[in-house]
Design a protein around this ligand. Structure first.
Ligand code: PEP
Length: 238
């Protein structure tokens, strides 16, 4: 069985005052669910025990002249066990291509971390009936050789559902996750064991029906991961 994961992405939110929410989340995290928060890098070393920690992105190089960037070994040194790669906000805001994302995933693996690879279609791509083509192409282009259940998690995040309040319907998520699972099994020895997360406006009120789907092993949660009151019911729905 793939691991059950409740992953929170705090994005560019949170100063030390937000650590109270992380502490409350750690205190209430359910057994049997990997509860993970990806805070801004400034907070990583300050995060409480009892939670897994992740970076939100990294540079493909391990060190060097890259002002303002952060390297995967630095995230590991600050306590991270995971790192997001290919979040649509990075693809949009920083022009990251599939090849860039693949290089980041390799760097994440080299630092001994687990990559949470984000893929997702835009609304225009969905309306053009291209959803699965886009997702398979992103998977092909941004996941290097060597993915295992230990080093990789895949997050399906329809771009049109991120931060918009528009959650994909259970039917839409089911169709995509079944197709992704089939693809992973075809391509990878451990494809049946890699955790598949859904992300896009997950809230306490919709988590249970999404997590009940056969190939949904958890959620990648943005806005609703910022407070323990919002995030814990989602983790407990797993
Ligand atoms: C995300 O940032 O990955 C995300 C899914 O955000 P939200 O839950 O706010 O839609």
């Amino acid at each position: 069985m793939p691991q059950k994961i409740a992953a929170g992405n705090w994005k560019m939110n949170g100063t030390r005052a937000a650590l109270d929410e992380a502490r409350a989340t750690a205190a209430g995290a359910p057994d049997g669910v990997l509860t993970l928060i990806c805070p801004p890098a400034t907070l990583l070393p300050l995060m409480p025990a009892g939670l897994a920690k992740g970076g939100q992105a990294c540079h493909p190089a391990a060190s060097g002249a890259h002002t303002g960037d952060i390297a995967a070994p630095m995230l590991a040194d600050a306590g991270a066990t995971h790192c997001l790669a290919g979040h649509s906000e990075r693809r949009q805001d920083h022009g990251e291509t599939d090849a860039d994302v693949a290089a980041q995933v390799s760097a994440i693996w080299s630092a001994g971390l687990t990559a949470i690879l984000c893929i997702g279609e835009t609304l225009a791509e969905r309306e053009a009936g291209r959803t699965l083509d886009v997702l398979f192409s992103q998977l092909e282009g941004s996941l290097p050789e060597g993915a295992t259940a230990a080093n990789t998690v895949i997050a399906y995040e329809p771009v049109w559902a991120i931060g918009t309040g528009k959650v994909a319907s259970p039917e839409q998520v089911d169709e995509v996750h079944d197709a992704l699972r089939g693809r992973l099994i075809d391509k990878l020895a451990e494809g049946g064991e890699i955790a598949l997360l859904y992300g896009g406006s997950v809230k306490a009120g919709n988590a249970a029906e999404l997590f009940a789907l056969e190939n949904v092993n958890g959620g990648l949660v943005g806005g609703a991961s910022l407070t323990a009151d919002d995030f814990l019911p989602i983790a407990r729905a797993l």
